[in-house]
Design a protein around this ligand. Structure first.
Ligand code: ADP
Ligand code: MG
Length: 235
């Protein structure tokens, strides 16, 4: 009986990983499909920007596959690199622009030009921001406003993703990040589970403020890369 239990626990982990993998790969594939379809309809050559986005998204799928294969290796490099967070956020919004436009959502980027760099895994940060923006979009079925901002203080970078959507009651907020918790007909309930895990891996923190009928604000805090340099100098 004990063996049986271990086996079913293992199967559960495999099933969860497979679902997570599918979730992560679907976003870039949707983007690639969209760009190629648009390109075909227009009958034109892809612009340099679109071409680069498609290549980047294919690379991202590749990275995800590699990461999945690497998860068994505890000594594997965690891939933290000094990163321009403003640029990651710009890229994420650029990827979503046509979707935002078609859903009647206006957007604002309020980026602090003096933002320090962060030491993060770029692909994971991008995945987290894509998840948060996607949730914001899905919370505004009748259009609205998406505000994204960056700021910093106390050695931390702050990223805000705010929507004017349906919002959440406190009991819903309390359950965010629970695997498979979703209130959408076709949701997976894995986006925030993964986002919380990635933010934790980057030694960051994610907090949520929301009001039903008014909207939600997801705030990410990430350690600035400079604080590590200071730490090195003080040795
Ligand atoms: P999914 O999007 O697949 O449902 P997530 O983990 O991304 O899974 O989100 C879980 C749930 O949290 C969503 O189904 C939704 O009910 C709620 N949620 C997340 N973000 C927002 C938001 N910005 N506004 C309102 N509800 C949200
Ligand atoms: Mg989601």
């Amino acid at each position: 009986a004990e063996q049986e239990m271990i086996r079913s626990e293992k199967l559960k982990v495999v099933a969860q990983m497979a679902a997570g993998f599918a979730h992560e790969v679907r976003n870039p594939l949707t983007t690639i499909r969209g760009f190629i379809q648009l390109n075909h309809q227009n009958g034109t050559l892809m612009s340099d920007d679109s071409y680069q986005l498609v290549i980047d998204e294919i690379d991202r799928v590749n990275t995800i596959i590699h990461e999945l294969l690497d998860t068994a290796d505890p000594d594997a490099d965690n891939g933290h690199k000094v990163t321009d967070v403003n640029q990651v956020l710009r890229d994420v919004i650029t990827l979503q622009e046509s979707q935002l436009r078609s859903r009647g959502i206006s957007w604002q980027l309020m980026l602090d030009p003096k933002l320090p760099e962060a030491r993060v895994n770029r692909n994971k940060l991008k995945q987290v921001l894509v998840n948060l923006v996607q949730n914001a979009v899905e919370a505004m079925p009748d259009g609205g406003e998406l505000r994204t901002m960056t700021d910093w203080g106390d050695g931390a970078l702050v990223i805000g993703i705010e929507d004017t959507g349906i919002g959440m009651e406190q009991p819903v907020i309390d359950r965010l990040g629970t695997p498979f918790f979703t209130r959408k007909a076709t949701g997976t309930g894995l986006g925030l589970t993964m986002s919380f895990r990635y933010v934790e891996e980057m030694n960051g923190h994610m907090s949520i403020m929301s009001r039903p009928g008014e909207g939600s604000l997801f705030t990410l805090r990430l350690p600035a890369a400079v604080s590590e340099r200071h730490a090195a100098f003080s040795e």
